[in-house]
Design a binder for this molecule. Structure first.
Ligand SMILES: Cc1cc2nc3c(=O)[nH]c(=O)nc-3n(C[C@H](O)[C@H](O)[C@H](O)COP(=O)(O)OP(=O)(O)OC[C@H]3O[C@@H](n4cnc5c(N)ncnc54)[C@H](O)[C@@H]3O)c2cc1C
Length: 483
């Protein structure tokens, strides 16, 4: 069984880009090579300005390489939620944006002949619980009122019986890493450069431009597009208060019959599915990261929820959840654009964001600017959720310090202190010891061992480190290797 995503395992990794080795001066700097950063880079393909895309690891190594890779506008009961908070017009505007994103993606893939296993499929929303039938009906009615064709069902195409459900047409599944890597390759030119293994550790205002520091060089830029999933800095944006991270496990199991549909249920426990070649990909056991430290328990829950115990791949993914269910896309400061908070729907939203970002930079009107504005004003929902987010941040910080979640591990790994610093030692199957500092360099949380994927994970803000301490994901900009 492999503990990487099926996308990471089935992509050609031969296109590598040099890290930055000199000071450079550009017009636009895109920080983060996930689906948002790479789609944005593509949007500027034929632009005359100088553009750099920097990625702290390899292109596509973040959340985008670990999703279930649906591109769909049917996103649980998002339209009911938005209708309740903002009213029908804004719910409709979100729907319009998601539909547009699907069109942008399919047109781009066709125009550029991107070979990324794009498949048109139906998306299903279902419930297994009779008390949720009304919720399904509400979402269906709302979508119908937007002009969308919806069809009721009593079972999924693979024969799974449901209490209630419906499907919509014209949605997609794809291979996200094949997509990301190819659109980057298509967009490179002498004035449009990509730098891998190049992390931005500090951003400074410098008159009417910015100085962005990597570990050895400075990038001077007029505009910044911050698409790094979870910003490493606290101020000015205070992300931990505005969003929380949701963590889920995904498994892929080989099946005899594969189907062209994707489905998600409306309740918890989550049971989302799609097929890829001869595999069934299932997502389950999602939880607020603060309460999802024990990866082994999460996978046990997934097995219980889904009755899937034999699988070829298992991996986790995190996404940023916003307080009002809308992504955060737009200016957070003069010439500084942020895009994140996709509430587990970053393929459509990341692609849509790239076109919004292009318009914002070009000073053009964009119909979604106000809807996604990260500086949008407080509303009742936010006021309720701010204290909840403060609580979950504090909970995971204190839990990581007081408990260190040691009780999970049956003696491996071991925790100790050397020269006053918290150390963790993991002994692998061959008896080799892997020693790391047990404190997240981002904001100082104690790290939790992820027994499923054999990584050190931060329970506060989602940074992850491999057995030898290299940061592989999340806001931390530094490793935890013991030296
Ligand atoms: C279980 C699960 C299933 C999901 N399934 C779906 C799905 O089916 N469909 C869908 O639409 N969405 C799905 N999502 C959501 C989707 O995975 C994310 O929303 C999306 O991948 C986020 O893309 P991104 O570009 O913002 O971030 P990322 O892909 O994480 O890209 C950000 C990049 O920035 C880099 N970076 C970070 N800091 C720095 C720095 N200081 N300097 C330079 N680079 C830096 C990182 O290394 C990373 O590569 C799912 C999420 C989860 C949790």
């Amino acid at each position: 069984m492999k503990n990487i995503s099926i996308w990471q395992d089935t992509v050609n990794n031969s296109d590598k880009y040099e890290s930055l080795k000199e000071n450079i001066d550009v017009d636009i700097l895109i920080i983060g090579g996930g689906i948002t950063g790479c789609s944005t880079f593509y949007q500027f393909k034929d632009d005359n300005r100088k553009i750099a895309l920097v990625e702290k690891n390899r292109i596509g190594s973040g959340a985008s390489s670990r999703s279930s890779a649906k591109i769909t506008f049917l996103q649980e009961d998002i339209y009911t939620k938005l209708n309740n908070i903002f009213g029908r017009d804004k719910a409709y505007l979100y729907y319009r944006g998601e539909k547009e994103a699907l069109k942008i993606a399919s047109n781009l893939i066709e125009k550029e002949k991107i070979d990324c296993d794009l498949k048109k499929s139906k998306s299903y929303l279902y419930t297994l619980d009779s008390s949720n039938i009304k919720r399904i009906e509400k979402e269906k009615e709302l979508l119908s009122s937007f002009g969308e064709k919806t069809t009721s069902i009593k079972k999924l195409p693979n024969g799974m019986k449901v209490e209630s459900g419906f499907y919509v047409n014209e949605t997609y599944t794809f291979h996200p890493l094949k997509f990301i890597k190819q659109i980057v390759k298509k967009s490179i030119s002498l004035s449009h450069r990509v730098y891998e293994n190049t992390k931005i550790i500090k951003v400074e205002n410098d008159g009417d431009s910015f100085k962005c520091y990597t570990e050895g060089n400075i990038i001077k830029t007029k505009k910044i597009v911050l698409v790094l999933h979870y910003p490493y800095f606290l101020l000015p944006y205070l992300m931990p208060l505005k969003c929380y991270l949701e963590k889920s496990f995904l498994v892929c199991s080989s099946v005899n019959n594969s189907y062209d549909f994707n489905a998600i249920n409306i309740e918890k426990p989550l049971k989302s599915m799609r097929y890829y070649n001869d595999y069934l990909l299932t997502v389950s056991s999602s939880d607020n990261l603060a309460f999802a430290s024990n990866s082994k328990n999460m996978v046990n829950d997934l097995e219980n929820n889904t009755n899937i115990t034999n699988y070829d791949y298992v991996w986790s993914n995190y996404d940023l959840m916003t307080l009002d269910h809308l992504p955060l896309i737009g200016f957070i400061d003069d010439n500084l654009i942020l895009s994140t908070g996709y509430n587990t729907w970053g393929n459509s939203n990341g692609i849509l964001a790239s076109t919004i970002i292009k318009d914002l930079i070009d000073n053009k009107y964009n119909i979604y600017k106000e809807l996604f504005d990260p500086r949008r004003s407080f509303n009742k929902q936010k006021l309720i959720n701010y204290p909840l987010n403060i609580f979950s941040n504090l909970y995971s910080f204190i839990d990581s310090k007081v408990n260190k979640n040691k009780s999970f591990y049956n003696g491996n790994p071991k925790f100790t202190r050397i020269d006053g610093r918290a150390i963790a030692i993991y002994k692998d199957d061959r008896g080799k010891e892997h020693i790391v500092y047990n404190k997240c360099p981002h904001l100082g949380c104690g790290l939790v061992f992820n027994e499923v994927e054999k990584t050190w994970d931060c329970p506060c803000h989602g940074s992850r480190f491999d057995l030898d301490g290299k940061c592989i994901m999340g806001p931390s900009n530094y490793d935890i290797s013991y030296k």
